[in-house]
Design a protein around this ligand. Sequence first.
Ligand SMILES: [Zn+2]
Length: 257
Amino acid sequence: MGKRWLGLLSAGLLAVGVLVPAAPAMAAPTFKVPFPCGQSWSGQTRSGHSPAYAVDFNRTNDLGDPVVASAPGTVDRVTDLGGTSYGKYVRINHGGGYSTYYAHLNGFNVSVGQTVGYGKVIGWVGSTGGSTGPHLHYEQRLNGADIQVRFNGALALYWGTKNYSSDNGCGSGAGSGTVNTSGTPLTVRSGPGTGYAAVGTVADGTRVTIQCQTSGTSVTGTYGTSTIWDRIGSGRFIADAYVHTGYDGYIPNVPRC
Ligand SMILES: [Zn+2]
């Protein structure tokens, strides 16, 4: 979790006396090119596209190539519209009002409710729906409205065709954080939840290596309330609400367990 939670929480408590801190405005997720690490794809934007800011991706012999999640999130649509519109498409909810769409897929590799991270294969390039040839139709939306696509914060080319190189899922895979409990040792659990067996403790101030992160029991800790659990060893999980990682939410490039 990030440090700013602490400030917001304290401010909320001082001002109101009790209660629920205001939900902080979330920064845009760091979106990455929706293809595996190292691949280069031609992305086309055009003013006649629907919606206008969508990007159509192609490369040679792309039918059946894997499509990956462009940021961590939860799959909230896996839909087949048949021979019209998007055809087979996936939508991922990234939180903060942000979502991404992946359309004309040949097939699906995820289901609704599934948590995904960078580099997770969600389906394969196809030509389903209203498509006339294999390509990936990709959108970023905020509160349901089509927005201009950004990768690693950089605006896509509007309008025209450009090559985009993927660094999606390239990371070493491990993250780190510092336990902050204001004194009490933090309980280590055998799984991602308070219902799992206690298998040890880590002292306040301990620097931990985070192998992967997953969703589990909701815990309220030093950095607010979170369902994220950090795996710090084999069969060893700690609640992310007590760990300063520099991020409010999942750490970019750290995989889901
Ligand atoms: Zn399109």
